[in-house]
Design a protein around this ligand. Structure first.
Ligand code: GDP
Ligand code: IMO
Ligand code: MG
Length: 421
């Protein structure tokens, strides 16, 4: 299983693409097209939202698991986008049990965000993620398998749109126009039908046959609906346990948990961010790391590495292999800081509090490390790294209580190497 240990955008897409060298199957298990996973191959850059990051290797099977919420029109667009760039998608399956994001979910997402006062907004991607998971939990969702019978799909879509439109009308806003939306949905359903499969069987058969399977997490641990900075989270379990429920695989099959972790911290959207840097400090990190959302283009908030939150995250996920990304972004900083504890109202915390309201009051307790002030982007092994970079990495691993398995020093496939620290 590979998950994000922070607030997303740790570089999961890149690391998955590298790991799929030795992988038979990649399985996404949660989230939807709120995700933006960037993969750079040669001079080509791809941003994936729903399709697993193993799609670039023909021999690797890619599964969109039952735990996702799938916008059918977006998925069709993403598949056609890849095909248009010469990437085949016949090695893709969509779980018949995945729930659909439909136009009323997107509208409801935007509507609810609009209703919230400043300070209460979540800053969602407005892709309809929360409302689609709400319908799933409320047992009134429409699933991928419903698209196999177009008349049935149309009936359900009309019925649920009418239900939502009554809510929108009561709030005095325009609802979903069935006549405008249905043709797009119908076309998407017909396009996707051939890919809709019982993926629980596909995954379990592969596991039983001893195939190497990588489960691809989206978002990050601190956005997990149970373990994140609630309510400023997404609506799914982004943590390693979600791989089992979101794909139908037994925990008995999971051998390793990769935790992708940025050498500093970023967050997109609202909510507490304990080590956030403002002014020129934050701006410099954003520029050096090119920290702009891969899905919404929003500038990412940037800050120092938070060892308190990351240790909590590694514990919840059972991370045994860290993949540390974006080391190169720190190359020109004379001094680096790591947050090792929180001061909240004069009391010292070394464990992450559950209450987001407390997290807003955090004064980070930092330890300082000298930078290395030279380029790491050509490093190919541990010994290529400057001593100060090695010390920083070792300290980071010690603080989060996990071993390092992979280091990434740039966005390209080749700018990655394995270590055993
Ligand atoms: P994901 O959502 O976790 O897959 O991450 P994103 O793709 O949203 O954001 C990570 C960004 O950092 C992408 O633009 C990647 O190309 C880039 N990236 C990944 N690893 C590295 C790295 O080690 N160094 C640098 N400079 N960029 C990286
Ligand atoms: P990847 O997979 C970073 C954030 C949104 C918002 C919150 C809830 O690329 O790491 P949602 O639309 O899910 O209801 O929004 O979660 N968010 C992400 N932030 N990376 C992501 O995905 C994210 N997916 C959702 O910004 O704060
Ligand atoms: Mg991303």
């Amino acid at each position: 299983v590979l998950i994000g240990t922070q607030w997303g955008d740790e570089g999961k897409g890149k690391i998955i693409d590298v790991l799929t060298r030795n992988t038979d199957m990649v399985v996404r298990f949660q989230g939807g097209n709120n995700a933006g996973h960037t993969v750079e191959i040669g001079d080509q850059k791809y941003v994936l939202h729903l399709i697993p990051s193993g799609i670039f290797r023909k021999e690797t099977m890619n599964i969109i698991g039952n735990g996702l919420v799938v916008d059918p029109v977006s998925l069709q667009e993403e598949m056609e986008g890849l095909l248009g760039r010469g990437i085949a998608v016949d090695n893709l399956e969509l779980s018949d049990k995945a729930h659909l994001i439909l136009p009323y979910h997107r509208l409801m997402d935007a509507f609810k965000e609009g209703q919230l006062a400043e300070g209460k907004k979540i800053g969602t991607t407005k892709r309809g993620i929360g409302p689609a998971y709400t319908d799933k939990a409320d047992r009134c969702g429409i699933r991928a398998l419903d698209m196999l019978d177009i008349d049935n799909f149309k009936n359900k879509f009309e019925e649920h749109t009418a239900r939502y439109n009554r809510i929108f009308a009561a709030a005095g806003c325009a609802g979903v126009d069935v006549a405008a939306e249905w043709p797009k949905l119908r076309a998407a359903a017909l396009y996707l039908q051939a890919y809709i499969k019982d993926t629980v069987l596909t995954v379990n058969r592969a596991a039983k046959a001893g195939k190497n399977i990588l489960f691809e997490g989206a978002q990050g641990t601190l956005l997990d609906i149970d373990h994140g900075t609630y309510p400023f989270v997404t609506s799914s379990n982004t943590t390693s346990g979600g791989a089992c429920t979101g794909s139908g695989i037994s925990p008995r099959y999971i051998s390793d948990v990769y935790g992708v972790i940025k050498a500093y911290t970023t967050r997109v959207g609202e909510g507490p961010f304990q080590t956030e840097l403002f002014g020129t400090e934050g701006e410099n990190l954003r520029k050096a790391g090119n920290e702009f959302g891969a899905t919404t283009g929003r500038p990412r908030r940037c800050g120092w590495f938070d060892a308190v939150a990351s240790r909590y995250s590694c514990m919840v996920n059972g991370v045994n292999k860290l993949a540390i990304t974006k080391m190169d972004v720190l190359d020109n900083l004379p001094e680096l800081k790591i947050c090792i504890a929180y001061d909240i109202d004069g009391k010292r915390y070394t464990e992450m509090p559950s209450d987001s309201q407390l997290l807003y009051k955090v004064k980070p307790v930092y330890e300082s490390h000298p930078g290395w002030m030279c380029s790491t982007c050509h490093a190919c092994c541990w010994d290529d790294l400057p001593v100060n970079a090695q010390k920083y990495l070792k300290r980071l691993a010690e603080l989060v209580d996990s071993g390092i398995g992979i280091i990434s020093v740039g966005p390209k496939r080749a700018q990655t190497f394995e270590v055993n620290i």
